[in-house]
Design a binder for this molecule. Structure first.
Ligand SMILES: O=c1[nH]c(=O)c2[nH]c(=O)[nH]c2[nH]1
Length: 286
């Protein structure tokens, strides 16, 4: 029997980091969660415990804080700078994942945490190349009309009535791959978010699948730097309550907001001429 070391990587997970830019009375706040992952020639530490090639995860954490000292032009730029820094010597691949929690401004120096919405960025570097993936998670959207679901096959297990007008709700989980690193990151994020929300709002939806495609398509139409959009949209079902036991009708007024189970609609929308993803999505095996 032969046993060998398979794919491996290591890093510091979830470095929580808040930055304040104090240019005048109007302060800027960022609230981040940064994770690092390094991979390369790391056989020795696993096989013999020789740590000569192991940059401590504690050092990685300190580097994250030090690199934040002078601010950054978007979390993508911050992650890219860090990922490139970590690629040296035996480390031939590095990935930095940054999550940014939203804060709503209440005043010059006062903020309120803004819901569950999270912006993310995953930056991957090798010695010669780098890739950027952005993301938006936990943005819950709901249309009270403009959505139907009908024409589906029926068999002996089908109970779902056809819906001409239903509530459509989802919590957007989107990631997109940039074709280039020459990007105005914050402007791109704003345009992408607007594209996702705009397409959800505007699309007369015959299925959440159709809405998913429209959302990805809108991003690709509006933001030329994006090559590919991956979406996972939970269908947050809202079922009409049967009020007939109480002698009442229900003119599309009262719904149960179901928790589980939920439909999960997933899909990728991409350009025909999208460059190959390389390590953008996955740091990969050695
Ligand atoms: O938009 C929808 N897509 C489905 O695939 C599906 N399946 C289901 O039960 N309801 C819905 N709604």
């Amino acid at each position: 029997m032969t046993i060998r070391l398979g794919p491996n990587r290591y890093g510091k997970a979830e470095c929580r980091l808040v930055t304040v830019v104090r240019d005048g009375p109007r302060h800027e706040l960022t609230d981040l969660n940064v994770s690092t992952r390094l991979a390369g020639r790391l056989d020795a530490t696993h096989l013999t415990g020789d740590n000569a090639d192991v940059l401590p995860t504690d050092t990685q954490k300190n580097t994250v804080y030090a690199f934040a000292r002078d601010g950054f032009a978007g979390i993508e730029e911050f992650g890219l700078r860090l990922a490139r820094h970590f690629v040296t010597g035996p480390i031939d691949r590095a990935q930095v994942h940054v999550e940014a929690y939203g804060w709503r401004r209440l005043g010059g120096h006062t903020f309120a945490r803004a819901g569950d919405e999270v912006r993310s960025a995953t930056l991957t570097a090798t010695a010669g190349q780098a890739w950027a993936v952005g993301g938006l998670h936990g943005l819950t959207l709901l249309n009270t009309t403009g959505s139907m679901f009908k024409g589906f096959p029926r068999d002996q297990y089908t109970t779902l009535p056809e819906a001409d007008d239903r509530i459509l709700a989802t919590a957007v989980d989107a990631r997109w791959r940039f074709a280039t690193l020459d990007v105005d990151w914050n402007a791109a994020f704003a345009a992408i978010r607007e594209g996702l929300v705009g397409a959800f709002t505007d699309t007369y939806s015959r299925s959440l699948q159709q809405t998913l495609y429209a959302m990805g398509e809108r991003v690709l139409e509006r933001v030329p730097e994006v090559a590919e959009v991956r979406l996972a949209l939970p269908n947050r079902h809202h079922f009409l309550v049967d009020l007939s036991p109480f002698g009442l009708d229900n003119p599309d007024a009262v719904y149960v907001a179901a928790d589980r189970p939920y439909g999960l609609i997933e899909g990728t929308v991409l350009r025909d001429d999208a460059p190959l993803p390389g390590l953008a999505w996955d740091l990969g095996a050695a």
